[in-house]
Design a protein around this ligand. Structure first.
Ligand SMILES: Cc1ncc(COP(=O)(O)O)c(C=O)c1O
Length: 352
């Protein structure tokens, strides 16, 4: 089976894990500190706090901002953790539509902001491409809300030269096994605002008020440290595969559209096709894993308040993702292309 997601670890990770085992220092040690430092440097932010998952990173970020009883705006398309974290932190989610890039529609966001006066807006950099951060930050300045970037799928993505996760007031990352920087499980909250950093710490260190233990182990931090060194090269390979898909897959597929001046890191390669379900079944027969991210819209899933979401409703019926991970061989990429073309009744493209 060609897997849709395939984390790989090498000699370096093995050596780090062995070193940690032999040292007996398995939590709160040098690897956690090193990873936080390196990830902060990579993003260009002042503070990074590792936590045990992306969901917890969102929760801690929302708690740090104090959303209890206040509205928090999220986009219709994302993994469920984006909205669940709002409920868990005591906020009231409001869902808005997405634009053609599958990220929060800034025009509709303004309507929602006027109506709900949110404390926080959570743009999600879905599939590896940033939301329209200029428009969102402009609205934030004008109306006075915090911007928490859900960057779980966008390690290394750029918005006009700035890293995803370094543009808003704070951001949340996931290092789940499938992510562009995998640790197995893990997450982080990032910010350059010292006051926000202080509030985040209260949800991470014990003492100030009741809080969960949200730490990662040294093993996770060590894996993350080694994987971070590879993220740029891996993202380039993801982009190379994505371009091949764009060039070769004709036949009614709607490909992802890259924002001008930005870098998409293809956490997922997500296309649209009216025959999506038939295509996924046929790919499975050929040993290729393809999936729908996500079959639900967040407001439907949790019964949340929402504005009209015509884009998300139509995209949801047609989106599907195919493997784009950096360890695919050329032969595997060719097989994916040929299989897709033959399912839609087209001979493979001459370039293949
Ligand atoms: C957009 C988005 N937000 C949040 C999360 C939650 O991350 P985790 O699975 O590490 O809790 C994920 C990942 O699965 C995600 O894709």
């Amino acid at each position: 089976m060609i897997r849709i997601i395939e984390p790989r670890f090498s000699e370096e990770e093995k050596e780090i894990v062995l070193e940690i085992l032999e040292s007996g220092h398995v939590t709160r040690g040098k690897w956690t500190a090193l990873f936080q430092e390196e990830f902060a440097r990579y993003l260009g932010v002042d503070y990074v706090f590792t936590v045990c998952s992306g969901t917890v990173a969102l929760f801690v970020a929302l708690k740090a901002l104090g959303v209890e009883g206040r509205h928090v705006i999220v986009p219709a398309m994302s993994f469920m953790a984006t909205i669940d974290a709002v409920y868990l932190a005591g906020g009231i989610p409001v869902v808005v539509d997405v634009d053609q890039f599958y990220t929060m529609d800034p025009n509709q966001l303004e309507d929602a902001v006027k109506r709900y006066n949110p404390k926080v807006v959570v743009p999600v950099h879905l599939y590896g491409q940033t939301a329209d951060m200029d428009a969102i930050m402009w609205l934030s300045d004008r109306y006075g809300f915090y911007v928490l970037e859900d960057s779980a799928q966008a390690h290394g993505a750029l918005w006009k030269g700035k890293k995803a996760g370094s543009i808003g007031h704070l951001s949340a990352f996931s290092f789940y096994a499938s992510k562009n920087v995998p640790m197995g499980e893990g997450g982080a909250v990032a910010t350059s605002d010292p006051k926000i950093a202080q509030e985040i710490k209260k949800w991470i260190d014990f003492g100030e008020h009741p809080a969960f233990n949200v730490r990662i182990t040294e093993f996770q931090a060590g894996l993350g440290y080694a994987q971070l060194k590879k993220v740029e090269e891996n993202n380039s390979r993801r982009r190379e595969i994505a371009f091949k898909y764009m060039q070769t897959l004709n036949g009614g597929f709607v490909h992802p559209v890259e924002r001008e001046g930005c870098l998409h890191v293809y956490h997922l390669y997500t296309l649209r096709h009216p025959q999506r379900d038939k295509i996924i079944e046929a790919l499975k027969v050929n040993g290729i894993d393809a999936r729908v991210y996500y079959p639900y819209l967040l407001h439907e899933l949790r019964g949340a308040e929402h504005l009209p979401t015509p884009n998300a409703e139509s995209f949801r019926k047609e989106v599907f993702s195919i493997p784009v991970h950096p360890y695919l061989t050329e032969e595997q990429v060719d097989l994916i292309v040929d299989s897709l073309l033959s399912v839609v009744g087209l001979a493979p493209h001459p370039l293949c």
